[in-house]
Write a protein that binds this ligand. Sequence first.
Ligand code: 5AD
Ligand code: SF4
Length: 449
Amino acid sequence: MEKNKVYIETYGCQMNLADSEIVKSILKDKGYGFTDDLNSANVILLNTCSVRDNAEQRIYGRLGNIKKQKDNNPGTVIGILGCMAERLRKDLIEEKQIVDLVVGPDEYRRLPEFIDTAYAGEKGIGVKLSKTETYDDIIPYREDGLSAWISVMRGCDKFCTFCVVPFTRGRERSRNLDSVVNEVKQLSGRGFKEVTLLGQNVNSYNDNGRDFADLLAAVAVVDSSMRIRFTTSHPQDLSDKLLYTIAEHENLCNYIHLPVQSGSDRILELMNRTYTIEHYLNLIEKARKIIPGVSFSTDIIAGFPTETEEDHKMTLEVMRKVRYDGAYMFKYSPREGTKAYKMKDDVPEEVKGRRLSEIIDLQQKISYEINQTLINTTETVLVEGFSRKSDEFHSGRTGTNKVVIFPVMNGVKAGDYVSVKINRATSATLFGEVEKILAIEKTSITKTG
Ligand code: 5AD
Ligand code: SF4
């Protein structure tokens, strides 16, 4: 039987999606092909996430299903990649007998070797973290499309006390600026219209003194018809220079993901977030002055150890003050090995759940209200394709990352920029009609959103 069909399933953040493309590139170089059909695969790889317990539980559940595939085809190689690899290597290999290889995020170059070992009937583990690996020379394997992720740095040195990332992904390191720019050039040549630069904390990007603002500026001028996004920013390191750079370049999207995590200074200190709410709010105000119309999203954790009702109210308060366009909201989940793991997880589950619901309800209300104010305005939208529900509608996004649905119009296709007059809005979606197709020459795009 041909032994080269690989199936990859990716969990967790966008960083992992980008890593799966690196993995595919490494495997393709060695002659492997890919399949979307689990049942016909010889190699099944799960690229995993450890950030919260429920992510890990889902993956364990999935391994249960995959076991059936292995029972039917005993030669199938099953591998765990990514963040869980480092954390759970013993457990995975010893207790979950079906796993043949466990490869952490800095050892993907050795994956072909591990697969060969597994075919020979032996288990393989490669989970060493590296201080230097950036896969800079590897061009990720991407299908043609409009939108691409580019990871510009790996790891994290922030050590927020709740977060397992510094342990699973290791020390922070940046890719070479010119190699990122070259990748963007190639994507532009292939017709991509949007790239998102990725890192756990992009603001500490540093390539021999060239900082993230330098990188953004260099990427922005590659192709002015290409939208540039980035994530994630840490509130401590977001510089004025970066804000001015965003304001200066038409195609740098007016959208900043700026996790606040909690509205209480006491909790922020316990989280080792290294800023106060006063600093955070000043930053938001400054960004709004420098980049008119900028929108913000955030991450919030409910029920961190010792969080009181008063702390929780402060989180609701900061949400009311900032009025985020969107938020990713989570219940605190203790992670082994982190500092917070040693604190007592003392907020009862039902209190965490209730606080999280209050946070979600408030965010929905704010998103709805913000979106209502957009009715009768005109937005520049990048058309992404048909809407999920109907081929009679197109779906696209504004520069501020809002989804817009509008009737298909003659001459409009995916990859075009159109101006859309908004006539209706929910908390998650804008609806409207195309007013005109915007010129898509590489130099003529107006500032969006
Ligand atoms: N529990 C809950 N949420 C967490 N996050 C990271 N670690 C945890 C944890 N242990 C959230 C943070 C972070 C986002 C990526 O995931 O909000 O910004
Ligand atoms: Fe985790 Fe904090 Fe680093 Fe984000 S900045 S990856 S939350 S340690």
